[in-house]
Design a protein. Structure first.
Length: 235
């Protein structure tokens, strides 16, 4: 279908001999807003890096649709920044022949992420973790991708910055896949859920509350099928 942006089939990935993900199959379509959840170490960040083509796969297929431009927001914010440049220069250096960004437009983008007046001339080395996160987000908006992959975008952000990010992402017209432990952020944005656990992937065609309800029902169902002998032995 024409709205298919990315597809993986029977994907296997890991680090060295340690397999992190196995048998992953996933289709991502235009306009989806998906959160990836699961316990620490389950492979969420590995999955996002694979979708972003940051790390190689060990087996299976990863295919991008035609005219797909991917943007990846890494956990390590410096991976998204030019540390030798100032805040303002980090935005202006993205200007191209196709994207004739003006200084006024650059300041407007930075202002949306709370960089105002002399803040735009700060060198990267003096920025806090939250400021680095906000600047990395601002850079993404200079030339927005149509497939945006974000790993813990709210880390180091205060409440005002998180709300500014939510507002910006609600206006984003592309496809968004993100990892977050911030329930407020997840509930504000996610329309679908991917649950990663023990190297496997389970999709949920609903928002975070839909996932929680399905998970509660599954837990109750599993607990109701505990063998009698096991219940007696644990009594």
């Amino acid at each position: 279908m024409s709205d298919l942006l990315l597809e993986v089939n029977d994907l296997h990935a890991g680090y060295g001999k340690a397999e992190v993900l196995r048998g992953i199959t996933l289709s991502v379509r235009a306009g989806q807003v998906v959160t990836v959840i699961g316990p620490n170490g389950a492979g969420k960040s590995t999955l996002l890096k694979i979708l972003a083509d940051v790390i190689p796969i060990q087996g299976g297929v990863r295919e991008l649709g035609s005219n797909v431009f991917t943007g990846y927001f890494a956990q390590n914010r410096l991976d998204n920044l030019r540390p030798e440049l100032t805040v303002f220069e980090n935005v202006m250096e993205l200007r191209t022949n196709e994207n004739q960004l003006t200084e006024q437009q650059a300041r407007a983008i930075l202002g949306a992420f709370l960089f105002r007046k002399d803040d735009v001339h700060k060198p990267i080395g003096v920025l806090s973790g939250g400021e680095k996160s906000r600047l990395a987000l601002a850079r993404l908006l200079v030339k927005p991708p149509n497939l945006l992959l974000m790993d813990e975008p709210t880390t180091h952000l205060d409440i005002a910055s998180i709300d500014a990010l939510i507002h910006a992402l609600k206006s984003y017209e592309g496809t968004l896949i993100f990892i977050s432990h911030d329930v407020h952020f997840i509930r504000a944005l996610a329309e679908n859920v991917l649950h990663v656990h023990s190297g496997r992937l389970t999709p949920y065609a609903g928002n975070y509350d839909y996932y929680l309800e399905k998970d509660r029902k599954s837990t109750r169902l599993n607990s109701s099928h505990i063998p009698l002998s096991r219940m007696q032995s644990s009594a």
